[in-house]
Design a protein around this ligand. Structure first.
Ligand code: CAA
Length: 285
């Protein structure tokens, strides 16, 4: 099936970024948000990020206008009906994602592929909500989506070879590099990344080093674009904790135990960039 029209559910940071990239790369993208206020917010953030690319000269004014013409924002999946590919990027709640998959199945074109952008939940379980799980798959984008080169493709237990091949080709159409993983907790990306961030938080808790030095050591010593504490703040400490819990429960191995300091930060509402305070302060601009 040739994919031309796609539906993206959820207009938060990830969903907006995904819709942005689809529209920029020549596909008709319909972004679904739950209210018109959130739809307006999502559209404004896409326009802002496209303006940023235009200012840097990585997107011409004409291409930006053409991309925005291919993008629409609606307030129900029904209004997006007829899509041949959909990706959900709603909060990391298994029941919510299963419900969205059921709704997507009702309004999709025949033979459509349904993808989840989950960062650690079971793709197999989300896919179990639909009649044909062979056409369900994980398509895990990285933040910021317009910038990051990778899409992690996760094969659920029943994902067909054809679905897998089609989404790998789709990732290439988006200018990304696909890399595949099987459906185990955290896949590859977060199984490797999150324990590293968690360990950096443990270094801070134990007083091994200051937050600045921990970040400098990893940024300059390992050539990471951001230090681990800065990256944890950027991802969201609640998201980091939720993923560590999935790893800890999924493998039953104490090496994935979330840092008590991470738990404390989340309990205090210090969630990182989004709450204005995490390991660092982010004053409102
Ligand atoms: N939309 C469009 N463009 C954006 C953007 C956005 N949201 N955010 C940044 N950019 C662009 C900038 O315009 C800039 O473009 P040029 O290179 O053409 O100049 C470029 O990205 C770099 O941005 P900045 O100059 O503002 O800042 P920077 O050099 O400090 O880079 C960063 C910012 C790209 C975020 C970089 O620090 C980085 O790569 N950090 C690591 C990000 C990372 O690890 N992401 C994965 C997180 S894990 C995840 O997402 C999965 C999960 O499940 C948790």
């Amino acid at each position: 099936m040739t994919i031309r029209r796609v539906c993206v559910v959820g207009g938060g940071t990830m969903g907006s970024g995904i819709a942005h990239v689809f529209a920029q790369r020549g596909l008709e993208a319909v972004l679904v948000e739950s209210s018109s206020a959130l739809a307006d917010k999502a559209l404004a953030s896409i326009v802002r990020n496209m303006d940023r690319q235009a200012a840097k000269g990585t997107l011409s004014a004409a291409d930006k206008e053409a991309a925005l013409k291919r993008l629409s924002v609606v307030t129900s999946i029904e209004k997006a009906a007829g899509f041949s590919f959909a990706v959900e990027a709603v909060p990391e709640n298994l029941e919510l994602k299963k419900k969205i998959f059921c709704e997507l199945e009702i309004h999709a074109a025949a033979g459509a592929i349904l993808a989840t952008n989950t960062s650690s939940l079971s793709v197999t379980e989300i896919a179990s909500a639909v009649k044909d799980p062979s056409r369900a798959v994980g398509m895990h984008f990285m933040n910021p989506v317009p910038v990051m080169a990778l899409v992690e493709i996760i094969r659920g237990l029943q994902t067909s070879d054809e679905t897998h091949r089609t989404v790998c080709e789709l990732a290439v159409r988006l200018g990304k590099t696909p890399a595949s993983a099987r459906d185990f907790p955290g896949f590859v990306s977060n199984r490797v990344l999150m324990p590293m961030l968690n360990e950096a938080i443990e270094c801070l808790r134990e007083g091994v080093s200051s937050r600045e030095d921990i970040d400098t050591i990893m940024r300059l010593g390992m050539a990471h674009p951001m230090g681990p504490l800065q990256l944890a703040d950027y991802i969201g400490l609640d998201v980091c904790l939720a993923i560590m819990e999935v790893l800890h429960q999924g493998f039953g191995d104490s090496k994935y135990r979330p840092s008590p300091l991470l738990r404390q930060m989340v309990r205090a509402g210090r969630l990182g960039v989004k709450s204005g305070r995490g390991f660092y302060d982010y004053p409102k601009k």
